[in-house]
Design a protein around this ligand. Structure first.
Ligand code: NI
Length: 260
């Protein structure tokens, strides 16, 4: 399955899991058909590191800045200012990942909501897209989004086909990870089926969420091939055609100019 032009719309090479061997990983990615990736921030330090990687690997890594709902609990007073400063950088392609997560009890709901709303407003002010993380919080997420004009991608989608349809209707893109290859993925595949080709993004969320047959290992962006293969059949296209469409969608959504 030798695919080319893979662009990972959501990765975390800013995670410490890649500290020891990132140059080798990037070389491996280039050799395996990956042409670029967005490193997504999840707190102030991770967002700063994502910018650093963008500087180290120009034309290969881009980045976003944001405070994830898990990290909102421990965010310090000045952290939103750090995100504001980073988000102003033209190389910062989005505000994110931001949102609500009621699956793990790491931050009180009110505080999650306050950080979510503040960062949606920031994206609106800067006219940048947002990267949304939502887990076990669909209703509150949709409520908050309905009060905002910011748009972008709902990443690592795990909701129903019905929710996917509603988000698409409201103008959102939907991102799918290796979770679509897991045994219990029927519901997510139903959702992937109803998302129009021009709104679908492919992502890894690496180092997490490695697709089958790599499940449990450290994930890298070349593994998008398995995710693409799982969804392509539902859309009546080849894995390469899906990778090409998803790349075009990602570059358009994030305003990335790339020679690929
Ligand atoms: Ni992520």
């Amino acid at each position: 399955m030798a695919l080319t032009g893979i662009f990972d719309s959501h990765s975390h090479y800013n995670d410490e899991d890649f500290d020891a061997d990132l140059p080798q990983v990037v070389e491996m990615l280039r050799q395996n058909g990956v042409c670029g990736a967005v490193n997504v921030g999840y707190n102030a330090a991770a967002s700063q590191k994502a910018r650093q990687l963008c500087e180290q690997y120009p034309g290969f890594f881009w980045y976003s800045a944001g405070i994830h709902p898990y990290d909102a609990g421990e965010a310090a007073n000045g952290d939103l200012d750090v995100i504001r400063e980073l988000a102003n950088d033209p190389r910062c392609v989005a505000v994110g990942e931001i949102g609500l997560d009621y699956f793990r009890d790491l931050c009180p709901k009110d505080r999650q909501k306050a950080y979510f709303e503040a960062q949606l407003s920031l994206a609106e002010k800067l006219c940048k897209p947002v990267i949304i993380h939502t887990r076990d919080a669909t209703k509150d997420t949709l409520d908050i989004l309905s009060r905002h004009t910011a748009r972008g991608v709902v990443h690592c989608f795990s909701g129903s086909a019905e929710t996917a349809k509603e988000l698409v209707r409201q103008g959102w893109h939907i991102g799918f990870t290796g979770v679509v290859t897991f045994k219990n993925a029927r519901k997510i595949l139903e959702a992937a089926k109803v998302v129009p080709m021009e709104r679908l993004l492919l992502e890894t969320d690496c180092p997490y969420m490695a697709p089958v047959p790599h499940r449990g290992k450290r994930c890298t962006s070349d593994m998008i091939a398995w995710t693409a293969q799982a969804i392509a059949g539902l859309k009546g296209v080849s894995a390469q055609e899906l990778v090409d469409a998803a790349r075009a969608n990602t570059l358009r959504l994030f305003g990335i100019e790339s020679n690929v």
